[in-house]
Design a protein around this ligand. Structure first.
Ligand code: MN
Ligand code: MN
Length: 267
């Protein structure tokens, strides 16, 4: 069963804090009575056995505790996977995807990651940190935690990250090359990592790094629905309530969460 787990951690953010407040706001928006609980793929998330919620992890709010925090994230995700659950992680900044994938790699040898983001997050190090939210996919590919990494919506790539993508064999679909439906016909288990800043700031202003020229919510949902293969886990990261306007990004994050859960249940 898909199981939510909140990871309220933003100490590895390079520019703004605030993403640690996301899990509570996304849950609140998911429960909001302004909308019903059915997904567009015809799944009723209001049914008692549709999905579970394991609450939030208790983590240390200091960058010095990175190893301890990452070990706790890996342990908690491993525990869910060991019970046969399909973890859906609510970040937090994007640094959390590295320890999450450490747990997934032990369970799934042939995993494909579909990574939606404005940024490739492939820096070898960023401002002195190799655990920055700008680096998780460099760590994941170095340690071969996935068979394939398909990045969609990228629009901030610098020379160094283009070299990193080539070095690791990352399949990058830049925003200007969309749509990417043909790249989402995947065989085998799929992990979806969804950075909210994929979306245009007009639709989702509540992020730490607003990058214009992004997807509409509709384009993002169409790409999620287009994924072939079995979605065995997912994360939604980088929603920053401090930057939000009237809770509109929380509503968008909850909508994306609904469609990811619906996809996991329907296929
Ligand atoms: Mn990211
Ligand atoms: Mn991003």
């Amino acid at each position: 069963m898909p199981t939510l787990l909140g990871i309220p951690l933003d100490v590895n953010s390079s520019y703004l804090r605030g993403a640690a407040g996301a899990p509570a706001k996304i849950r609140e928006a998911l429960r909001c009575d302004a909308s019903n609980k059915w997904t567009e793929l015809g799944v009723d998330l209001g049914a008692a056995d549709a999905f579970a919620d394991a609450g939030d992890l208790g983590l240390k709010d200091l960058r010095e505790n990175v190893a301890e925090n990452f070990a706790e994230i890996e342990r908690a995700v491993s525990e869910l996977l060991g019970k046969g659950e399909r973890p859906v992680l609510l970040g937090g900044d994007h640094s959390v995807t590295y320890p999450i994938l450490k747990a997934f790699a032990r369970r799934y040898a042939e995993l494909t990651i579909v990574h939606f983001d404005a940024h490739p997050d492939l820096y070898d190090e960023f401002e002195g940190s190799r655990m920055s939210h700008a680096c998780p996919f460099a760590r994941i590919m170095e340690e071969q935690l996935a068979k394939r990494l398909v990045q969609v919506g990228i629009r901030t790539i610098v020379g160094h990250q283009r070299e990193q993508a080539a070095r690791f064999g990352v399949e990058v679909v830049e925003m200007r090359a969309l749509p990417a439906y043909d790249r989402l016909e995947i065989h085998g288990p799929v992990y979806v990592s969804f950075d909210i800043d994929l979306l245009d700031p007009a639709f989702a202003p509540g992020v730490s790094h607003r990058e214009p020229g992004g997807m509409t919510v509709r384009e993002a949902i169409a790409h999620l629905h287009a994924i072939k293969g079995t979605v065995v886990g997912a994360d939604i990261v980088e929603y920053n309530p401090v930057q939000d306007v009237s809770g509109m990004t929380a509503t968008v994050a909850a909508k994306i969460l609904k469609e990811i859960l619906g996809k996991m249940i329907a296929t």
